[in-house]
Write a protein that binds this ligand. Structure first.
Ligand code: SF4
Ligand code: SF4
Length: 314
């Protein structure tokens, strides 16, 4: 099969599997490498040592998977209009706000399975096709790859966004050795807007495209281990897992498209749980209630730490 035809077929299969968009990037990530190095040099990664411990593997796809010449980048939407709006939960101090992506099923396994399924379909057509699939699971420059593959541009808040779909989506990648046609890089449409920078509760977006993770509520409530510096407690408000504020104010999210699956709909009323009720959970209950949820990975200690801050902020 000619590669242009094959890409068209891949797009059809991907849509059938629940993905919303497919693009192809080459493996030159040198521009992104420069940005990453500067970001790490400033210490903006905080405790996320995994951002530099793999050396140049993150920005050189061939070092991660030999003979990679193309990366298929895929978008998987998790938004659903039926969920109570995050901005409404922020106004209810007795309720806890959880980042929208984390209210339902953990996306890692689900998307990985779909990526493998897609890759196996390609393999059945092209015998020489070698691949590895990733979704937020290895040293992969997901956002830079998505931008090069035309999925969307990197906004001033450093998330990928798309003019027809906003930014509430997961990304997945298939590294491969076959010369699929390369997609056109996404163009930039933030213009003069600074809404995300202005709305950030902790002023973590210190300049366009530069997020100091050490100030970011998403990082502080999920990645950061140990006590959260006191200076951020008040600004954290009732956010107990992640923060969607910069995405919430982004004008492009009025075009956010609903997920094609129900897996990401809220479990345990995670769209607006009651802080007092969550405070009653012991470790066993936490483990049981967060089974199959991305929230589980922060562990009970960090969960309690976050809850106690939200409780005091009531
Ligand atoms: S996630 Fe929240 S704290 Fe982090 S940059 Fe966005 S608005 Fe700021
Ligand atoms: S809020 Fe404005 S500046 Fe920020 S990502 Fe959206 S369009 Fe870009």
């Amino acid at each position: 099969m000619i590669y242009t035809e094959l890409l068209k077929q891949i797009q059809i299969w991907a849509i059938e599997l629940g993905f919303s968009q497919v693009g192809v990037s080459d493996v030159d990530l040198s521009e992104a490498e420069g940005h990453l190095k500067k970001w790490i040099a400033k210490g903006f990664h905080g405790q996320m040592d995994f951002m530099h411990k793999h050396g140049s593997m993150r920005t050189n796809p061939n070092e991660l998977v030999e003979e990679t010449i193309r990366i298929i980048s895929l978008r998987f939407d998790y938004f659903d209009k039926s969920i109570i709006a995050y901005e409404d939960v922020l106004k209810k101090p007795q309720k806890a706000a959880i980042s929208r992506y984390a209210m339902g099923r953990d996306y890692h396994k689900l998307i990985r399975k779909k990526l493998k399924n897609l890759a196996e379909k390609i393999k059945a057509e092209v015998n020489d096709f070698n691949y590895r699939v990733f979704t937020d699971s290895a040293p992969v420059m997901e956002k830079a790859i998505a931008e090069k593959a035309g999925i969307g541009w990197i906004g001033k808040h450093s998330n990928v966004l798309n003019a027809k779909a906003g930014s509430y989506f997961f990304l997945g990648e298939i590294y491969t050795n076959i010369p699929l046609p390369i997609s056109k890089k996404a163009s930039f449409h933030c213009g003069t807007c600074t809404k995300c920078i202005d709305a950030c509760p902790t002023k973590a977006i210190i300049a366009p495209f530069q997020v100091d993770a050490r100030r970011c509520i998403s990082y502080l409530t999920i990645e950061h281990k140990g006590p959260i510096p006191k200076e951020f407690h008040k600004a954290i408000g009732n956010r107990i897992y992640g923060c969607d504020d910069c995405q919430m104010v982004c004008p492009w999210n009025k075009f956010a498209t609903d997920s094609k699956v129900t897996d990401f709909l809220p479990r345990n009323q995670f769209d607006q749980p009651d802080i007092k009720e969550l405070m009653k959970w012991d470790e066993q209950t936490f483990l049981k209630k967060t089974e199959g949820s991305p929230i589980r990975r922060i562990g009970y200690k960090s969960w309690r730490r976050n809850l106690e801050i939200a409780y005091k902020n009531q």
